[in-house]
Structures are given as C-alpha cells and as structure tokens.
Design a protein around this ligand. Sequence first.
Ligand SMILES: Cc1cc2nc3c(=O)[nH]c(=O)nc-3n(C[C@H](O)[C@H](O)[C@H](O)COP(=O)(O)O)c2cc1C
Length: 215
Amino acid sequence: MDFKELRKEYETQGIDDSQLDANPFVTMQSWLQVATDSAPSHWFESNAMTLATAGTDGIVSSRTVLLKGIDENSIRFYTNYGSTKGKQLAENPNASVTFHWAWLGRQVQMRGSVAKTSREDSKAYFHSRPRGSQLGALASEQSTRIESREQLEKIRADLEAKFDGQEIPLPENWGGYALTPQFIEFWQGRLDRMHDRVVYEKNGDGVWQRYRISP
Ligand SMILES: Cc1cc2nc3c(=O)[nH]c(=O)nc-3n(C[C@H](O)[C@H](O)[C@H](O)COP(=O)(O)O)c2cc1C
C-alpha cells in the first residue's frame, strides 16, 4: 500500500470567530454535540480520545480512552490507577488528549494536568456501568502481564461466583481522573492545507486568551 498516494482535501467551511465562545468548554460542548449528532455510524464513539502520558523517565505512551464527563474546567475519564497510564500520571500529572472526528475534518487537542476524582465520583460511575464491565474491571490488573486468557477468565468467573447476588465493590485501584487543560486547540481542516487552528490558552490569572496559529 502506498500511503503517499492517500490524500484527502478537507472541504469544510472553517471556523467562524463569531461562533466561538469566550469559554472553550462551551465551544467544546458544542463540537462534541455536533460530533455525536452527526456520527456516520452507530459504532463511532464521538467521546473517544487519545490520551498521551509520560513518566519521569520521559518515555511517552498513548492510548484511547473514553470521555465520561465534562464540566466548566475539566474533562473526566475512568481507568485503572495501577495501569501504565496510572503509574505515569502518578509520576507526572501532565497529559494531553486528542479527539478526531474524521468525517467533520475536526480535531481538538487539550494539554493540562490530571488529578484523581473523588472516591464518591468513581463509585457513582463504576456502579453505573453494566455488571459485566464492573466484573471485568475487578478481574483486571490492567497493563500487568498475565499467564494466559484462561487465567483471566478464571479470575473473572471466581469473582462472579463470589459476588453473586451482591454489589460488586469498586476496586481500590480503579477510578476517575480529571484533566484540567491550560491549552485547548480547535482544528478544522480546510482546502489546500490552509486549515483553521484556534487556540485557547489560560494566562497567569486563569483567564482564557484566544488566538489563531498557523496551520
Ligand atoms: C475505543 C476505546 C475506548 C477505550 N476506553 C478506555 C477507557 O475509558 N478506560 C480505560 O482504562 N481503557 C480504555 N480503553 C483501553 C485503552 O486504550 C488501553 O488499552 C488501556 O487503558 C491500558 O492502557 P495503558 O496500559 O497505557 O495504561 C479503550 C480502548 C478503545 C479502543
């Protein structure tokens, strides 16, 4: 396959400054809404984002996680605190997330600092998930080496039997993270690679500044 020949023009209207709110979270809510409402297929997860983290050794890793909450200054996702990302975030709370809504020619990037959400928040979200997902989270020491698929299935089956008819407890090492961005970039693809890039950056007083950057 010749990837050099894979070329696409982004024929979108671009970003109209008059439609941008002073608060990037208002703009983000609106872009998420458009992405969700216009998703070209039921399987597409408009809340999927690539999360990049790095530990103190400087080694960067990235993976997809799902956005599960957004408020006026942070976005939330849930995971295993002992996973690779969890260990890296414990060492270095700086992280970046990227959303890509290919059919809209849109991308959003956020950079900021991550902190664990409260135990109550994690409990509430954990118990809102299907029972099977709760068991899966309890069974999985995420990102650690396992003997085999069978070993994992057995751990899960044992837990299922153990908690039959009872509430599945929130695992100690599982919960939410809130990313509070200092930098948010809205990208809209346009013809001839003359894309629109609008950045919101928080200044020292915590006030959002907005400016454009070159494509
Ligand atoms: C569409 C999609 C959504 C995912 N959502 C999550 C999620 O919300 N939380 C999570 O821990 N892992 C999620 N994963 C799995 C992660 O990408 C990753 O494999 C896992 O978190 C372990 O990452 P780590 O070893 O870098 O910590 C998702 C994967 C995909 C493909």
